[in-house]
Design a protein around this ligand. Structure first.
Ligand code: ADP
Length: 255
């Protein structure tokens, strides 16, 4: 992998929580424009890694670089401003707001922090506000929720709420999208729709880091998969190779 192709570089990351070593020297390179899978048994450190990359946790040691810029040690909103968006295992939507309002709120958090830093009180700030609204509209269309724009989020079926959460992240115009189990709880039709949406995003140049328990869903989508077990990388390679790797099979099927 050429150095210039890597968007996210995690190097030797250790994360300790009072006595628990959740990550034990994890290194991962995510190539620009790829869908990169992250799998592993429960408790293997997947969510912790996402939390380290998104600035929720400062790693005990090791480095995170994004587009060649150091990202570890920054606060979550600063990491978002670098261009890293994420979703959560459980959709975070405001039930009493409409789809459109939810997405605008998602975009606002990111754009506001940019505004305060760069543009406060200027004409450029007004332009940024307009851009934010346009970006929210575009995100709603990208996930195919335009017909439900004015519907209350709380009344949407679960699969639509997942798409809404995705739209909220997209509205921040991330370069890297990190998804924490987006397929969890989805019916087969929704899975097919989500898979084709992720492919469309990737074809449009988006980079995706995907945590997923649904192995078939994940292995069909990704170019590269990293497998964690007990806080360590036990495999990094193609889905085809992962399916027949002894350590991977053992981690999933073994004791
Ligand atoms: P996964 O997402 O793969 O299921 P996690 O990253 O959630 O795994 O957890 C990895 C390990 O770190 C587990 O042993 C978990 O109990 C521990 N852990 C995660 N977050 C914390 C925390 N905030 N405090 C203490 N231990 C944690």
């Amino acid at each position: 992998v050429a150095e210039g192709d890597v968007l996210l570089e995690v190097r030797d990351v250790v994360m300790n929580f009072s006595g628990v070593r959740a990550l034990d020297g994890v290194s991962i390179s995510v190539r620009k424009g790829s869908i990169h899978g992250l799998i592993g048994p429960n408790g293997s450190g997947k969510t912790t890694l996402l939390n380290v990359v998104s600035g929720v946790y400062k790693p005990t040691s090791g480095q995170v670089s994004f587009g060649g810029v150091r990202a570890d040690g920054r606060k979550p909103h600063q990491v978002a401003t670098l261009g890293i968006g994420r979703t959560f295992q459980h959709p975070l939507v405001f039930d009493e707001l409409t789809v459109r309002e939810n997405v605008v709120v998602g975009a606002e958090r990111l754009f506001r922090s940019r505004l305060v830093q760069l543009l406060f009180g200027t004409r450029a700030a007004v332009r940024e506000e307009r851009r934010m609204v346009r970006s929210a509209e575009a995100a709603i269309e990208r996930v195919g929720l335009e017909e439900l724009r004015e519907a209350l989020a709380g009344g949407l079926p679960f699969g639509r709420q997942r798409l809404l959460e995705l739209a909220r992240s997209l509205a921040g115009e991330p370069l890297l999208l990190m998804l924490d189990e987006p397929a969890a709880g989805l019916a087969e039709d929704d899975l097919v729709e989500l898979a084709s949406l992720l492919q469309t995003l990737r074809d449009g140049g988006m980079t995706v880091l995907l945590i997923e328990h649904h192995m078939d869903f994940l292995l069909r989508l990704v170019e590269t998969v990293t497998v964690l077990d007990q806080g360590e990388v036990i495999f990094d390679g193609t889905p085809a190779a992962a399916r027949s790797d002894e350590r991977v099979l053992e981690a999933y099927l073994g004791a």
